[in-house]
Ligand binder design. Structure first.
Ligand code: FAD
Length: 499
């Protein structure tokens, strides 16, 4: 077994899962977290970004969390829990503040805190520590004889900005350190992704991304357009409709609701002031909207809220000129190890594809020394993160062998070919709908070894039942004591919970 020093970037659910599995394998773990507490997106933050460019201005003063005040989970808590640390109020004890199945964000945060305490992950976290740069270092010396390095020919230089008194200093300063491996867990629900709608930049009303939405009050009496009707669009349009005069929600398709034409055009919600539309294709300066079916919304539109998802960003993987000039990073690097660092980023991000990544985790040429956790979308994140973390920790310790880089590359190309054949756009590369996430999870489990079981059937059934109930009863699925035709599913949820 090889045991190395591993930097984990981020102390959200992914970073915590990674740290726990790495510790289990005996690695020396340092979690570098920019925030002053753990939990990532689950740390509700009152602050919002002051930003006219809807998240496209890199100097806007970043706020990480995208949580809104009244958010309740969109998955039942039983499903969200890690495999050996169930997310049930009984386990949280006095830390449980909301025992509901679809609970508040605070309950999730408390769960992650409890997880970190129980598995002694907290001791490895360095808070107020923002990673600015990660570089791969190739050394010419074979170090196997002198140390227990994971990848004798490559090391990682991590430069971070550290604030506070955590390490005995009060001012912010740069630290440059070497690690055997880096696990990237910086989250992908924080950087707004925007649609390209003709005229959107000319609109003189107020525009924002859901990332900056906290409360509905500011939209009182307004006419609001909500672009996107997935989880956030669905929640936010209903919250806003409780105070706005009208809310117009747009989606590429409403087919999945199974409604008749008449039902689709009928306003809905407790105040009957929410209206469904197809995608907007043009917004005029005066606030008129043209939709993809040629219909119009003419009148005074006050606000547009883009609930259009997020993009992948890894700013620390790309050269930052000001950093190498101002911090003497180059000198620090040379002083640490005799070697040269790669001038190329390990991955690129184009059209929402992080490329190349084997199993959405490993860049072939740097595996297992560099890995990415939590990039998939439309999944049940926590248990999948656990499996990804196990695979990374075990690959680093040598307990399992990964395929050679050429084989990984071939498999990635075959995966891309398959997406093409299935007409899946590049931007959905990391999306796993339906059975795909279970197949993927089971593949990870099989790679990890015999002691890691496949996803139990109750999780799959519960996810399916939740999806069904949510589609049909978006307004009430979180409180389904009995839903007539769905009662069978509800019973199944209960059974799964007690299993
Ligand atoms: P994050 O939680 O984003 O954590 C990333 C961490 O990395 C953060 O702490 C951040 O501060 C840190 N970081 C980033 N960059 C740096 C850096 N350069 N240096 C140091 N630290 C850095 N999932 C569910 O299971 N159920 C739900 O109901 C659900 N609802 C959601 C609702 C919303 C509005 C959102 C946005 C997400 C929701 N999710 C839900 C998905 C959620 O994102 C995942 O469950 C999971 O928490 C993601 O964890 P993560 O660790 O990958 O990312």
């Amino acid at each position: 077994m090889r045991q190395g020093s591993v930097a984990v970037i981020g102390a959200g659910a992914a970073g915590l899962a990674a740290a726990r599995e790495l510790l289990r394998e005996g690695h020396k773990v340092t979690v570098l977290e920019q925030n002053s507490r753990l939990g990532g997106v689950w740390v509700f933050d009152e602050r919002v970004e002051k930003d006219d460019l809807l998240g496209q201005n890199s100097k806007r003063g970043k706020v990480h969390s995208s949580m809104y005040r009244h958010l309740r989970t969109n998955l039942p808590r039983e499903l969200m829990g890690f495999s050996d640390f169930p997310f049930i109020p009984e386990l949280l004890g006095s830390r449980s503040v909301d025992a509901r199945r679809f609970c508040s964000h605070t309950e999730v945060l408390n769960y992650l805190e409890a997880f970190a305490d129980y598995f002694k992950v907290k001791d490895c976290i360095r808070f107020n520590n923002t990673v600015l740069n990660v570089r791969q270092l190739f050394t010419s010396t074979d170090r196997t004889g002198t140390s227990n390095n994971i990848m004798p020919w490559q090391r990682w230089v991590v430069t971070s900005e550290c604030e506070g008194s955590d390490i005995g200093v009060t001012e912010s300063h740069m630290i440059t350190e070497e690690y055997d491996a880096v696990v990237i867990c910086n989250g992908h629900n924080s950087e707004p992704s925007l649609p390209d709608i003709k005229g959107m930049d000319m609109f003189t009303g107020f525009q924002m991304h859901s990332h900056n939405y906290r409360d509905p009050e500011q939209f009182k009496g307004q006419v609001v357009l909500v672009v996107g009707a997935a989880n956030s669009g669905e929640d936010i349009s209903r919250e806003v409709a409780s105070v706005a005069s009208q809310v117009h929600v747009c989606a590429r398709s409403w087919k999945q609701l199974g409604l008749s034409e008449a039902e689709l055009i009928a306003p809905y919600g407790p105040r009957r002031n929410i209206h469904r539309h197809p995608d907007p294709i043009e917004i005029t300066q005066e606030g008129n909207v043209v939709f993809s079916d040629g219909s119009h919304l003419d009148g005074e539109l006050h606000t547009i809220i883009y609930c259009t998802g997020f993009q992948y960003k890894f700013p620390f993987l790309f050269e930052r000129e000001e950093l190498s000039h101002s911090s003497g990073l180059q000198h620090a690097t040379e002083a640490l190890t005799i070697g040269h660092s790669s001038p190329y980023p390990v991955v690129t991000v184009k059209e929402q594809r992080v490329d190349p990544l084997w199993l959405h985790i490993f860049p072939p040429s740097s595996a297992p020394g560099m890995s990415f956790l939590g990039l998939t979308r439309k999944t049940v994140p926590f248990p999948q993160l656990e499996l990804q973390a196990k695979l990374v920790a075990r690959a680093l310790s040598g307990r399992i062998m990964l395929p050679r880089p050429e084989v990984m590359k071939e498999e990635i190309m075959a995966f891309y070919e398959q997406l093409k054949e299935d007409n899946v756009p590049t931007k959905y590369t990391h999306m796993q709908v339906g059975q795909a996430q279970w197949d993927y999870n089971n593949k990870l489990a099989a790679l990890c070894g015999e002691d890691v079981p496949e996803t139990p059937s109750w999780r799959m059934k519960m996810a399916e039942a939740t999806g069904l109930i949510k589609t049909r009863h978006a307004e009430s699925y979180r409180d389904v004591p009995n839903l007539g035709a769905e009662s069978e599913n509800v019973c199944m949820l209960q059974e799964a919970r007690t299993e």
